[in-house]
Design a protein around this ligand. Structure first.
Ligand code: KG4
Ligand code: ZN
Length: 396
């Protein structure tokens, strides 16, 4: 099943084509340069930039998947008999690639994310789906991060997913596609967000994660003992206290920006260690408590090498397997959106496929995911994961 995915939830305009679990193309156009001056995403600039880029990025994804002659206009799914198809038929004849460039569906990030930015991806996906009469599937961004490992490894279910990104730090028990239990989530600042804020404080760069990680390599992890917000008794995460501790440490140093490189490197290394310690300890404790043998770490922060090394160090002696998608599938990308869309089409496909033949194809509302053999998941999986509540596995 070939699905074109579109991701515009934050500051990456991305499009990709996947065929089952095979990535045919994965194009990401980052807006980091645009937001760098502000050390964070400016929502209005992001939506405007998505509007400027999205069509070209979709075209690039089609060409990368099907060859240089492939066009978005080739994906039409209209029956040949329809009048409106005539023009496309002429185009098809001129471009033989059109036949192989067919898509089965279009998927887009429905949420969570910046409202204006999300709207651009949604309109792009729905327009293409409407014109080509394809099913259009809204995907939950966090769910896509949690499932992205399926593009790199097979037979991973069930697993405990830690999603650490710019907007989320969530622990989710993933039984199978569509069957989740949210164990803990972000209470305030997400892990990636504090990386960004510490980078801003030290006047490094945006996004902050890679900048902090790179400078941390020159620093001493023991230089400052920052707090480890473990929140005993809860599986939630809270990093705003750690952020404030870094802020006070920098302020109390009496130094002024530009900070000496050695000082900034020590702050980065000590701060990174506090985040990594918290994520690793909490996740492994949850894996033990819920008897999960496999842990999957996703989201932008999962690209962090120190986090990967610490997970490997601590999990191996316990016989736990910790899996990381390749870095390009950890940070925002559309391959994970297309893949999650394809899975959803498979598990809730009836409603989506029915729309294929309707005259006007709108958004195919994803069917609730199946629960066990009899019941149904009592939530709409396209809603932000935060609104699922801990009862997300309650059968209706
Ligand atoms: O998943 P993602 O690309 O976008 C969201 O869904 O938010 O995650 C972006 C976040 C940013 O906050 C960025 O600073 C962080 O992931 N990040 C990292 C690294 N690479 C990206 N954090 C720590 N270490 C990294 N190497
Ligand atoms: Zn993300």
């Amino acid at each position: 099943m070939k699905v074109l995915g579109i991701e515009t939830s934050c500051d990456e305009t991305a499009a990709a084509v996947v065929d089952g679990d095979r990535i045919l193309s994965n194009v990401v156009s980052s807006q980091a340069d645009l937001h760098g001056a502000y050390f964070g995403v400016v929502p209005e600039l992001a939506s405007r930039s998505h509007m400027e880029r999205v069509a070209a990025v979709m075209e690039r994804a089609m060409r990368a998947a099907y060859g240089p002659g492939a066009r978005l206009s080739d994906v039409s799914n209209l029956p040949r008999s329809e009048n409106s198809m005539r023009r496309s038929d002429v185009w098809d004849a001129r471009r033989p690639v059109a036949r192989s460039g067919r898509l089965d569906a279009v998927a887009f990030t429905q949420g969570p994310g910046l409202a204006g930015a999300l709207l651009v991806g949604k309109v792009a996906a729905q327009s293409l789906a409407l014109a080509a009469r394809l099913p259009c599937i809204g995907v939950n961004h966090v769910e896509a991060h949690a499932l992205a490992i399926g593009l790199a490894c097979r037979h991973v279910f069930p697993y405990l997913a830690l999603i650490a990104s710019g907007g989320h730090t969530d622990l989710i028990r993933v039984e199978s596609p569509g069957r989740y239990r949210v164990l803990g989530r972000t209470r305030d600042d997400a892990a990636g967000e504090v990386f960004d804020k510490v980078a801003k404080l030290l006047r490094l760069a945006y996004p902050g994660g890679p900048a902090v990680e790179s400078l941390a390599r020159e620093g001493d992890r023991e230089a400052v003992r920052f707090p480890r917000p473990l929140l005993p008794g809860a599986w939630d995460f809270s990093f705003s206290g750690l952020k404030t501790a870094v802020l006070y440490h920098v302020r109390d140093s009496g130094l002024k920006p530009q900070y000496p490189r050695r000082f900034a490197a020590d702050v980065c290394a000590s701060f990174q260690e506090a985040v990594v310690d918290t994520l690793v300890k909490k996740t492994l404790a949850a894996a033990r408590r819920f008897r999960m043998r496999r842990v999957v770490v996703g989201g932008g922060v999962a690209a962090n090498r120190r986090l990967r090394a610490r997970f490997a160090e601590e999990a191996e002696p316990e016989g736990l397997r910790v899996l990381f998608p390749p870095a390009e599938l950890c940070t925002d990308n559309a391959a994970m959106i297309a893949y999650a869309g394809a899975l959803r089409l498979r598990w809730g496909g009836r409603a989506a496929r029915r729309t294929k033949h309707r005259k006007c194809v709108g958004l195919a509302r994803p069917e609730p995911a199946p629960f066990g053999c009899s019941g149904r998941l009592a939530v709409d999986p396209s809603l932000p994961i935060a609104s699922w509540g801990n009862k997300s596995l309650t059968a209706a």
